[in-house]
Write a protein that binds this ligand. Structure first.
Ligand SMILES: Cc1ncc(C[n+]2csc(CCOP(=O)(O)OP(=O)(O)O)c2C)c(N)n1
Length: 368
């Protein structure tokens, strides 16, 4: 089979079924990188679990977790350089945490209070951060890819050294935006990496109803760019593939499309009940391929991590998240009149009137 097809139809893995790494496939991966990635993945796992609990307790309104899909956003955050731009979909918000965005501000976005850089105006799990070049996703499925491609085209026109990375789920590959982005990216050879996290489901619709293609990665071949299919639950493999794709974009050799094969372990969001459409047996079979467990075992095989260190890390991260939640939940909501800010350079008369009317009303009841 020609190499291009091999990469798009196969499944690149570094970790075997026992989670032992074949280092000849990831020769530059280091102990330091492995431990950093593990910490970040575990922090995200703990954070997601805590956020879901808060939603169940009625303390936040909504949350979309990355449980089972942590390897892709964490590897992305470790591969990117400071000037690169990120266009996440629902499961990649945490890239910004890896790139130094404050945990408190991240959590405040979920609470939508005055600690939130978006001033509480976006739905939870739609974080963005100017200081880390991460754009809030719009909640529409698909446009993250053309946004990334457009940004990458601008970078190319400006002869910048940065690149853009955009994300989509398998469901998004049925959207026109996916095809427009893929075509434009390849024709204009933009410095972009386009990633599809194929997690098996688009809410209740299985991937088999999104495409009749054998793989999603192979679609890249038709557009004229490399397509790589990678085990999305193998952090080391994802890191290797993304490093290569980002290097290629940075060299000016054009875009790469990556299909990361993974599984959404939890509900689509806190508004979903997955027991209505998928079997427990399927979930159990993917639990055996958990990306965090696999990296932990890989690190333990190398004696880079012990059970004791792992337990200490878990306690430390649990404390870190609990402390952040305590600090953030105590912050006040944004003053309600600020909802008129930042839209017009000069507020039109009818909004001036409406703001005055709002200010004349009794104060809103406390949120909690
Ligand atoms: C254009 C558009 N159509 C439908 C929806 C409703 N919707 C929200 S999430 C979702 C599923 C997305 O699935 P996928 O792209 O596979 O990503 P995943 O959530 O599985 O990561 C849908 C259909 C939407 N937000 N936008």
């Amino acid at each position: 089979m020609p190499e291009a097809e091999n990469r798009a139809l196969g499944l690149f893995r570094v970790l075997d079924d026992r989670s032992k790494a074949n280092w000849s496939l990831a020769p530059t991966f280091t102990r330091e990188l492995g431990l950093r990635a593990y910490r970040e993945m575990k922090r995200l796992r703990v954070l997601d679990a805590r956020m879901i609990l808060l939603q169940r307790q009625g303390r936040i309104g909504f949350y979309g977790a990355a449980h089972g899909q942590e390897a892709v956003p964490i590897a992305t955050g470790l591969v990117l350089k400071e000037d690169d731009w990120v266009f996440p979909a629902l499961r990649e918000q945490s890239v910004m945490l890896v790139r130094g965005f404050s945990l408190d501000a991240f959590v405040a976005q979920v609470f939508g209070n005055s600690g939130d850089v978006q001033k509480g105006r976006q739905m939870p799990s739609h974080q963005s951060g100017k200081q880390v070049n991460q754009v809030s996703w719009s909640s529409c499925i698909g446009p993250q890819l053309p946004h990334a491609v457009g940004a990458a085209w601008a970078m190319k026109l400006r002869r910048a050294s940065s690149i853009a990375i955009g994300f989509a789920g398998d469901g998004a590959t049925s959207q026109g935006d996916f095809h427009a982005a893929m075509n434009f990216a390849a024709v204009f050879a933009v410095p972009a990496v386009l990633v599809c996290q194929n997690n098996g489901w688009s809410i209740s619709v299985p991937t088999s109803r999104q495409t009749a293609s054998e793989t999603i990665a192979q679609k890249a071949i038709a557009y004229g760019m490399p397509g790589v299919r990678v085990d999305g639950n193998d952090l080391i493999a994802v890191h290797t593939v993304l490093t290569e794709a980002c290097d290629r974009a940075r060299r000016g050799d054009g875009p790469t499309f990556v299909e990361a094969v993974t599984y959404r372990m939890g509900a689509h969001s806190t508004s979903d009940d997955p027991t209505r459409y998928r079997s427990q047996a399927e979930v159990d079979s993917w639990a055996k391929k958990d990306p965090l467990d696999r990296l932990r075992k890989a690190l333990m095989h190398e004696r880079w991590l012990s059970d004791k260190q792992d337990a200490e890390l878990e306690a430390e991260l649990t404390r870190e998240i609990a402390d952040a939640v305590n600090r953030v939940e105590a912050l006040p909501m944004m003053p309600r009149e600020t909802l008129f800010d930042d839209v017009y350079a000069q507020l039109p008369w009818h909004l001036v009137e409406q703001r005055a009317e709002l200010l004349s009303l009794p104060p809103a009841p406390a949120a909690h």
